[in-house]
Design a protein around this ligand. Structure first.
Ligand code: GSH
Length: 220
């Protein structure tokens, strides 16, 4: 039975999983869900993903939710190409980079992009601006570090790159939607303000199969 992959268009977390599947060339049965309670909070889906969120996977009797746990599962399913490092030093760099993204960028994504996408900017504008400033600070560090290397944590593509990448177009899309200087800041044109991140994004976008992972509703 093929691996079932539950995802939603535009979810940066689900995009991570779709990218890893392409990189590892793992065949799967695509289960695209809509962001409605009917899809996400059905008893059938809650049995796979108890918080009713995407992404999630089902592999026979095994279900996994949480994007990074899924990436780790895929690594065990098919080791090549290695995404979580080959030795302790490389593995620790990759995990450190992933944890920094989770701890310092992800909470701000919620405060920034969700406020915009959920139409809550009138009540939460200052929260969004503070989150935008924190994200810019992180992007600035990442830009400096990517000036001297091609990938975030390893000499080749790793799970850290896959964890970060979808966040960049997601933030740009939020910034474009609310196109004012105070809310959008540098996030409107990340490649212009952070050229090393822009060049790194192009590297990820040249992965064979990348196009298949691009959120379909963003093309409409
Ligand atoms: N920490 C989770 C986050 C997953 C998440 O927040 N998914 C969102 C889509 S971007 C979702 O399914 N939201 C629907 C809901 O909360 O009802 C992961 O990394 O997988």
């Amino acid at each position: 039975m093929a691996l079932e992959v539950y995802w939603g268009s535009g979810s940066p977390y689900a995009w991570r999983v779709l990218l890893a599947l392409e990189v590892k060339q793992i065949p799967y049965d695509s289960k695209r869900l809509s962001f409605t309670d009917e899809d996400l909070k059905s008893d059938e889906y809650l049995a796979i993903s108890p918080r009713g969120k995407v992404p999630a996977i089902r592999d026979g009797a095994v279900t996994v939710h949480e994007s990074i746990a899924i990436l780790r599962y895929l690594e065990d399913l098919k080791s090549e190409p290695v995404l979580f490092g080959n030795d302790p030093a490389e593995r620790s760099r990759i995990w450190c980079s992933i944890m920094e993204i989770m701890n310092y960028i992800e909470p701000n994504i919620l405060d920034y992009a969700r406020t915009i996408f959920y139409g809550e900017l009138s009540e939460k504008k200052q929260i969004a601006i503070t989150a935008r400033e924190a994200i810019e600070n992180e992007l600035s560090h990442l830009n400096t570090s990517l000036k001297s290397k091609e990938y975030l944590a390893s000499e080749k593509l790793s799970a850290a790159d896959i964890v970060l990448y979808p966040v960049i177009p997601f933030l740009s899309r939020a910034a474009d939607k609310e196109n004012t200087e105070e809310v959008s800041g540098n996030l409107r044109s990340i490649d212009k303000h952070y050229p090393a991140i822009g060049a790194w994004c192009k590297r990820i976008e040249s992965i064979p199969g990348y196009e298949k992972t691009y959120p379909p509703h963003w093309k409409e």
